[in-house]
Design a protein around this ligand. Structure first.
Ligand SMILES: Nc1nc2c(ncn2[C@@H]2O[C@H](COP(=O)(O)OP(=O)(O)OP(=O)(O)O)[C@@H](O)[C@H]2O)c(=O)[nH]1
Ligand SMILES: [Mg+2]
Length: 223
């Protein structure tokens, strides 16, 4: 059995609760830095990236807006496939939130064959500045095969990642608990230890504190 890559190093969520009061994480400034169509175009500084990935329409851009308290910072749309580039947002001049294009939105048969685009794979597998990857899944849905394939790939490649349930406002507490339990069971079939898990609603800003605290802990462990 393998261990979850996000669970046994300094990027783990395990100590978040213990240290959170030591590193309260507030975001004061959030600004758009650049959009990249190729890996060569991402910022060439040494600041760390915290990136958001998941199926089209799962709520990546909305979550970035909720985390920064800036509606309209990342472009949100009800139509899948809105975010097509790798978008860097500089946070307090010292780290980046990164909005990635969604996967699973196939407009052509060629895209259907390559379910994760070259841009996504280049970024998540080759970009050394990526410190942690939040994989977003819709809390209303059963574990989706494409998400499980993506998570498996991240595990195989040793990418540090956590799982973020989105749109929790659309479920009752009991439905939400069932949904998370279903996911845990699916992951437990492959992982000995589960990655950090966050439950969020961008509409209500639920779970944003936990994600900010997690990032704050990662940043202070890095110093
Ligand atoms: N109710 C509810 N709706 C949400 C939430 N998060 C996102 N949405 C809605 O879901 C739709 C897609 O949101 P986006 O943030 O654009 O999703 P995305 O993952 O960035 O989509 P792509 O860029 O197309 O891959 C929009 O209509 C949002 O308003 C949430 O927490 N609750
Ligand atoms: Mg988007």
């Amino acid at each position: 059995m393998r261990r979850s890559p996000g669970s046994d190093d300094d990027r783990s969520g395990a100590d978040v609760a213990k240290v959170s009061y030591l590193c309260p994480m507030q975001i004061s400034r959030a600004e758009f830095k650049c959009s990249s169509a190729r890996l060569e175009q991402v910022p060439d500084d040494t600041l760390p990236d915290f990136a958001f990935i998941g199926r089209s329409n799962v709520g990546k851009s909305s979550l970035i807006n909720a985390l920064t308290g800036r509606n309209g910072l990342a472009k949100v749309s009800g139509t899948p496939g809105k975010t097509r580039l790798v978008n860097h947002f500089l946070i307090d001049g010292s780290w980046y939130l990164v909005d990635l294009p969604g996967y699973g939105y196939a407009r052509t048969s060629k895209q259907q064959r390559n379910e994760f685009s070259r841009l996504i794979l280049d970024y998540v597998l080759r970009c050394e500045r990526m410190h942690f990857l939040f994989v977003l899944v819709d809390s209303r849905l059963e574990p989706q095969a494409i998400d499980l394939r993506f998570i498996r790939l991240m595990g195989q490649e040793g990418v540090p990642f956590g799982i973020v349930f989105t749109k929790s406002d659309k479920l009752s507490r009991a439905q939400l608990e069932r949904s998370v339990a279903r996911y845990r069971a699916a992951l437990a079939e492959e992982w000995e230890e589960l990655p950090p898990i966050f439950v969020t609603s961008s509409l209500r800003a639920t779970g944003c504190d936990a994600i900010r605290e997690f990032i704050g802990t990662c940043l202070s462990n890095r110093r």
